[in-house]
Design a protein around this ligand. Structure first.
Ligand code: ATP
Length: 255
């Protein structure tokens, strides 16, 4: 099987005091196929964000391996790992994490300029295309304090996609948005996934997770169960029935 990301026996242990430690990820195995749309759900504190940060190399696992796009990223030096994160992965966070004092456009292009892998003309052209696709073209020169949360998240998605990464990670990307904006953001994730980008989200929201193809349920540092919903299609999928199917399943998991 051709996996874009495969983690084996991933452990994360935090030290919580002089002689105390807490095991947050307990030998987690996960394999994500190129083009998949996967959500991670589960109770608060079960280790969802920790899993996301460890499989993406944003945080260093205590043990275990992660192979991303053919490279064992758990064996890389931070400098090499940072280069992969910058150009081969996209990240979208609940609180947007855009830089103050930079326009929307500059926020979007900054990481690709830093990576120096493409000409500025190529990067700018992609930024305009992404802003067009996400409906924020008119906001290119706006300050980030002048736009709505939904618009900020669209900009954050453009920033995540600026280097055309094969995978985008989202940690509660709709957590700070109202239901309308949240829906629009999920439409964008569905679109980028339909164009081939792998998506892995952590979410508490059943509506959000029901757009994904596979849902992992985490409890107490392990993936306790998984649900296959099949690919979401805006034209043909019945959103309500997917949501109900997922809700019933989550209830059976004790969520
Ligand atoms: N840097 C850290 N140091 C110590 N403990 C941490 C650290 N980061 C997270 N934890 C602990 O790890 C556990 C799992 O946290 P994590 O954020 O992964 O959970 P989560 O399932 O994403 O929770 P939520 O749904 O509330 O965001 C929590 O008990 C948290 O307190």
């Amino acid at each position: 099987m051709n996996y874009i990301l495969e983690a084996k026996e991933l452990c994360k242990i935090y030290s919580t005091g002089k002689n105390n430690s807490q095991e947050i990820l307990k030998k987690v195995d996960i394999a994500i196929t190129q083009g998949e749309f996967i959500s991670v759900m589960g109770p608060s504190g079960s280790g969802k964000s920790t899993l996301l940060y460890n499989v993406s190399g944003m945080d260093a696992a205590s043990s275990g391996t992660v192979v991303f796009d053919g490279a064992e990223i758990t064996a890389l030096r931070e400098k090499d790992l940072a280069a992969i994160r910058l150009t081969r992965m996209g990240f979208v966070f609940q609180q947007f994490n855009l830089l103050k004092n930079l326009s929307i456009f500059d926020n979007i292009i900054l990481s690709a300029y830093m990576a120096k892998k493409e000409s500025r003309e190529e990067i700018n052209a992609r930024a305009w295309a992404l802003m067009e696709r996400t409906g924020i073209k008119d906001l290119a020169d706006s300050d980030i304090t002048q736009v709505s949360g939904g618009q900020l998240q669209r900009a954050a998605i453009c920033r995540a996609l600026i280097s055309n990464p094969p995978i985008v990670f989202g940690d509660e990307p709709t957590g700070a948005l109202n239901s309308k904006a949240s829906r629009e953001i999920m439409d964008i994730f569905a679109e980028i996934n339909a164009l081939g980008t792998t998506v892995m989200l952590v979410t508490h929201d059943v509506k959000v997770a029901s757009r994904s193809e596979r849902v992992l349920y985490m409890t107490d540092g392990v993936i306790a169960a998984e649900k296959h919903l099949g690919k979401f299609n805006k034209e043909t999928s019945n959103e309500k029935s997917r949501e109900e199917e997922l809700s019933d399943w989550l209830m059976n998991q004790g969520f």
